[in-house]
Design a protein around this ligand. Structure first.
Ligand code: ZN
Length: 146
């Protein structure tokens, strides 16, 4: 005789299924309890599975029903990112730092500032040339001497 851990009833050993890894080689739940446990687990698993299926179905249904809308959203996303890129490019053209100019002229920032004091129009002319080259897409990548 053995106690079932679920229904707490003493039952014949033959009422328990075989379970290799237990000490007595028998299941700790009686056969009828084990059946219930298995059924519940199966139900639970099936409901998770069907929920997932439903979710997937409603998603693909939404896409097929709203093809135009979905496409529109994707188009807008592309437009938005494209705009941001154009804006960054604009900024790149408009913002030419003194540091960048000193690099191009291969002089120190101190020397650049001295030059700026002496003849600021030359620095501005240089800045204008860089800007022109950037506008034309010539000045790309690493600063180079020209
Ligand atoms: Zn039981």
């Amino acid at each position: 005789m053995k106690d079932c851990r679920k229904c707490k009833t003493k039952k014949e050993l033959s009422d328990f299924g075989n379970y290799k890894s237990s000490t007595d080689g028998k299941d700790s739940y009686c056969k009828s309890c084990r059946r219930k446990i298995n059924l519940e687990a199966q139900k639970k698993y099936r409901s998770i599975d069907s929920n997932r299926k439903k979710m997937y179905e409603s998603q693909s249904e939404y896409i097929s029903k709203n093809k135009e809308k979905v496409r529109e959203t994707q188009r807008n996303k592309r437009k938005k990112h494209g705009k941001k890129y154009a804006l960054d490019e604009r900024k790149h053209i408009d913002q030419i730092s003194d540091y960048y100019i000193s690099n191009l002229l291969q002089i120190s920032m101190e020397e650049l500032n001295q030059l700026k004091e002496r003849s600021p129009e030359l620095i501005e002319a240089k800045r204008a040339v860089i800007k022109l080259k950037r506008e034309l897409g010539i000045a790309k990548g690493r600063p180079k001497k020209y």
